[in-house]
Unconditional design. Structure first.
Length: 295
């Protein structure tokens, strides 16, 4: 059973426990080992990377190295842009090479380099020890340890800390599942993301407003982006309303990017029935190659 939360929208957003047949099959070690052997055999037989319609599958280490070396030959927008903009608006992980990408990526890297990662690691170890000490003899390692630990670390790094941590964890999962994993356009996955997005937007806006009223912007990623807005070339006044930083992390009003759910009504604190999400997800073009853009 999924962890409960005080929010009335929790059950509508939370990712259901259990996996479908395809997901279980794809995570089975025996099936994966057989698929790898079959892929290598076909690669040797063909003498070149495998191609399936518009997809090129890199099987060997050399294939992967060649694809990564040809970074600019592949596009990421056709794969991620539509889903990301449904819940977030323009976002760096949906951008192909452009002046906007270069500006916002530089701002993000500069801010991240200034974050005290040693302090972040110490906090991570302390949270891990506290979680382990609170767990019973038998527990769900993923649900009760790994996910809360990851959510806490993300919260500390990005500078957003909602009171309802369980809801925050499920909101992040719902948005990520649709924007990066929902390759088939599953409507239920999309609906959860569309319900989660206004909550994330609201948390961003609340934290932005709090920091705008404070003389201390913070030393996390949000604060570092704000402090470097001039030196990195961000046009702080160039966009309307509270925005997210280069990587979708919150920054005070006008910074580059847009927080998840921008332009959508914020989910009410109390609701008697789940809000209706947008219509069926459109078909999305597949990548020309199975490769991630190096950033």
């Amino acid at each position: 059973m999924a962890q409960s939360s005080g929010s009335p929208v929790f059950d509508w957003i939370a990712t259901p426990n259990g996996r479908g047949f395809a997901s279980a099959l794809a995570s089975n070690r025996t099936v994966l080992a057989l698929a790898a052997r079959l892929g290598l055999a076909l690669r040797r037989l063909c003498g070149k990377p495998l191609r399936f319609r518009k997809a090129v599958i890199a099987v060997t280490h050399d294939d992967v190295r060649q694809m990564l070396a040809r970074d600019l030959d592949f596009l990421i927008g056709p794969v991620n842009r539509e889903k990301i903009e449904e819940v977030n608006g323009p976002f760096i992980l949906a951008m192909d090479r452009s002046p906007t990408l270069e500006l916002e990526r530089r701002a993000l890297y500069s801010a991240l380099a200034a974050v005290d990662l040693h302090a972040l690691e110490r906090g991570l170890r302390e949270r891990a020890a506290a979680l382990l000490a609170s767990l019973p003899a038998r527990f769900d390692a993923l649900q009760e340890f790994a996910r809360p630990l990851a959510a806490g670390t993300a919260s500390e790094l990005f500078g957003i800390a909602p009171d309802d941590r369980k809801l925050f964890q499920e909101v992040v999962r719902a948005i990520f599942a649709h924007t990066f994993l929902n390759l088939s356009g599953n409507q239920a996955i999309k609906d959860r993301a569309m319900l989660a997005a206004p909550l994330m937007k609201g948390w961003f806006e609340d934290e932005i407003k709090r920091r705008q009223k404070s003389s201390e912007p913070g030393r996390d990623l949000m604060g570092q982006v704000w402090c470097r807005r001039s030196s990195t070339g961000l046009n702080v006044a160039g966009r309307e309303g509270p925005r997210a930083s280069a990587a979708g992390h919150p920054a005070p009003a006008g910074s580059a990017g847009t927080p998840p759910g921008a332009g959508r009504a914020r989910t009410p604190a109390v609701a008697s029935s789940p809000p209706k999400a947008a219509g069926s997800a459109p078909n999305h073009p597949q990548p020309s190659a199975v490769a991630n853009r190096r950033r």
